[in-house]
Design a protein around this ligand. Structure first.
Ligand code: MG
Length: 199
């Protein structure tokens, strides 16, 4: 009886951990293979801003970011900047990077703005992917919305991030590692038949 309860608890924990499992784990957005995403049927790329495309203490998008955005558009894919940050910072970055679709104050992992994006762009869930550096916001919102995700390593450590988020992020990374689901810094860049190996 006790054993059954324990194993139920264990499988429930594992189930919860799956909510923090990204589809793909890469070192940075620069490693993303857009051809491969396109071949997997992705039409809409949603992307976090801070520490994914730009360090939290920087203001100007790098030439590499500009290239990345251009490359997405030339692949005929839709791009949506999807940030928890405030309007002025998101808007400033988007305009400098030539991004036309951007959302601020998204409150990830809450689903409100995600539902709005789904409604506005009318893509199927399997045609969407979200890129981000945080498990507790970007990956969690993706899994809650049943869309794929790419986790990247943060560009810089965000000192402004709340202690609570930092603590959770570390804790979950440790748990994922213990369960052999994901190990920090061990990226899965491998391609199988032109497609990413989805975790
Ligand atoms: Mg971020």
């Amino acid at each position: 009886m006790w054993g059954v309860w324990m194993s139920n608890k264990k499988s429930r924990n594992l189930l919860l951990l799956n909510y923090f499992k990204p589809s793909i784990y890469l070192e940075s957005y620069e490693k993303i293979n857009l051809d491969s995403l396109k071949n997997s049927g992705i039409k809409l790329i949603m992307c976090d801003m801070d520490n994914t495309l730009i360090g939290w203490n920087e203001r100007i998008p790098s030439p590499n970011v500009l290239n990345f955005i251009k490359n997405i558009y030339s692949h005929n894919m839709e791009f949506v900047l999807f940030s928890n940050n405030i309007r002025s910072r998101v808007e400033n970055f988007a305009k400098k990077a030539g991004i036309t679709n951007y959302f601020w104050d998204c409150k990830k992992p809450l689903l409100g703005k995600m539902k709005l994006v789904k409604k506005l762009f009318k893509y199927k869930e399997e045609e969407m992917i979200i890129i981000g550096d945080q498990l507790v916001t970007d990956v969690l919102v993706a899994n809650r919305a049943h869309i794929k995700s790419i986790l990247v390593s943060p560009l810089s450590r965000n000192k402004e991030e709340s202690k609570m988020v930092q603590f959770l992020e570390k804790h979950i990374l440790k748990k994922l590692s213990q369960k052999n689901i994901l190990h920090e810094g061990f990226y899965n860049e491998g391609e199988i038949g032109g497609n990413y190996e989805i975790l």
